[in-house]
Design a protein around this ligand. Structure first.
Ligand SMILES: N[C@@H](CCC(=O)N[C@@H](CS)C(=O)NCC(=O)O)C(=O)O
Length: 211
């Protein structure tokens, strides 16, 4: 297997943290996102949504979308389980993974990709070109602030998103929050549960190895 990757950006980072937690490693090919390699015909044949990460299997099958790749790897390498060990945990992990991606990650993407620092015409990832909507910057900021407070409430009396169990939901949340911080937001000082969780999770070797 081989991995189409790009260093330091949030979705490949999610996958690299997941791989480190599983103790897996694959040869990596860097895709030059800054020069549009993701939009070339050659790369599009591997990644229909023109994004990374992509995992190419030994039979040539290509999987894109971080969650799909992680689910595939969980099925092939079940231990340690990162999508839940019991039906209850599986449900809760899926639920929080979705909430973190939808309410957190997509809000940061709106803030970042509609702002002045991103390429005109690339406000959305994918094979089609969309112009920026500057109003989405402020809405993204509001959504991130709400996300910080909502998950701070959820993390009251919890060590991880699912109490007692580190999962892929924590990985998605960590990558989202670090992306939000990198995009110029700050975890509000009153969000003490979230700050504690962020510090705890950031100490994991898998995360230190994938800054
Ligand atoms: N839904 C995809 C999103 C992947 C994604 O956003 N990848 C970014 C890097 S973090 C990318 O490839 N961007 C290409 C671009 O900006 O055109 C997933 O979950 O993997």
């Amino acid at each position: 297997m081989k991995l189409y990757d790009y260093p330091g950006v949030p979705n490949p980072r999610r996958l690299n943290i997941f791989l480190a937690e599983k103790g897996l490693d694959f040869p990596r090919i860097q895709v030059d996102l800054m020069n549009g390699e993701q939009l070339t015909e050659d790369f599009r044949s591997k990644s229909p949504n023109c994004d990374v990460p992509v995992l190419e299997l030994d039979d040539g099958t290509c999987l894109s979308q971080t969650n799909a790749i992680c689910r595939y790897l969980e099925a092939v390498y079940p231990q340690p389980a990162l999508y839940g060990r019991t039906p209850r945990e599986i449900g809760l992990v899926e639920m929080w993974n979705n909430i973190c991606f939808t309410n957190g990650f997509q809000a940061v993407a709106d803030l970042f990709r509609n702002g002045p620092d991103w390429f005109e015409g690339r406000a959305l990832i994918g094979p089609h070109h969309y112009n920026k909507i500057p109003e989405l910057v402020e809405r993204g900021r509001q959504r991130i602030n709400n996300f910080y407070h909502d998950i701070n409430n959820h993390l009251r009396d919890k060590d991880y998103f699912v109490q007692g169990y580190f999962s892929v939901a924590d990985i998605t949340a960590l990558a989202t929050i670090d992306f939000a911080i990198w995009s110029g937001t700050t975890i509000p000082p009153e969000c003490k549960n979230l700050l504690d969780w962020h510090q705890r999770v950031s100490q994991r070797p898998s995360i230190k190895a994938n800054p």
